[in-house]
Design a protein around this ligand. Structure first.
Ligand code: KIV
Length: 272
């Protein structure tokens, strides 16, 4: 039976019934189709694509055009999963008006269901403006890769009392501003539990322990397609890169020794 389109109230209902929410990144038509067919609740077209697909060293260079291009491709592959479009660095920082205008493009041009923005309490007015325009917002706190330099690198956040308090406040401010969900990246598990229990909206963890309302991973990490580095919080379910390389070497050898294409891959001339 076909799965129905996942909605915000479905995800809210899952939190209320203590059922976990699954979130996975996808950046193209074929992968998004597989994620959707696997029954994953939410597809995140994350700006992590800058690193795992486009080869940048960070997510900072990712542009609106690049995000829209990938969001359009991914959303064409999706029937049911809820689709989050990640807003790239500097597409929502200049002013709430700039944020609303750019957020709207992900819904109008790329058929996404909502946008995600990084940042704590300072971003609450921006979240409020986007939500007021009728665009659902997923917030993202803790380790925020777009501004990792301000955090002195890719480090676990909220380890001391003051920064933990700030994260709790940020989460509440973002919920008050109208965010329907919050991603929490690289924060201690007990802090993530505290925030999850304090909020009415669902929390989605990545490196935030088991007590979040759901979990997200980057697809390329999960299937072993990104070989540059693997963060501690990743569980690799399959290691595809060596298998793909093996297949490519076999193809090269078949081409070089003339065993590909075989007759079964060729089109014989019709006999007169
Ligand atoms: O861009 C992304 O994939 C993300 C996840 C790591 C949450 O923001």
């Amino acid at each position: 039976m076909d799965r129905k389109k996942v909605t915000i109230s479905d995800m809210q209902g899952k939190k209320e019934r203590a059922q976990k929410i699954s979130v996975m990144t996808a950046y193209d038509f074929s992968t998004a189709g597989l994620v959707d067919q696997a029954g994953i609740d939410v597809i995140l077209v994350g700006d992590s694509l800058g690193m795992v697909v486009l080869g940048y060293d960070s997510t900072v260079p990712v542009t609106m055009d690049e995000m829209l291009h990938h969001c359009k491709a991914a959303s064409r592959g999706v029937k049911s999963s809820f689709i989050i479009a990640d807003m790239p660095f500097m597409s929502y920082h200049v002013s709430p008006a700039q944020a609303v205008e750019n957020a709207g493009r992900f819904l109008k041009e790329a058929a996404c269901d909502c946008v995600k923005i990084e940042g704590g309490s300072d971003m609450a007015p921006t979240v409020r403006a986007i939500v007021r325009a009728g665009i659902p917002v997923c917030a993202h706190i803790g380790l925020t890769p777009q501004t990792a330099t301000m955090l002195s690198g890719f480090k676990v956040q909220g380890k001391d009392e003051e920064s933990a308090k700030n994260l709790v406040k940020s989460a509440k401010d973002l919920e008050d501003a109208g965010a329907f969900m919050i991603v929490m990246e690289c924060i201690p598990d007990l802090l993530a539990k505290e925030i999850t229990e304090a909020l009415k909206i669902p929390t989605i963890g990545i490196g935030a322990g088991k007590d979040c309302d759901g979990q997200v991973l980057v697809y390329h990490d999960l299937v072993g397609l990104f070989e540059k580095f693997t963060p501690k919080f990743v569980k690799q379910y399959v290691n595809l890169a060596p298998q793909i390389k093996e297949a490519l070497v076999s193809f090269k050898e078949d081409v070089e020794n003339g065993t590909f294409p075989g007759p079964e891959h060729s089109f014989p001339m019709k006999k007169e």
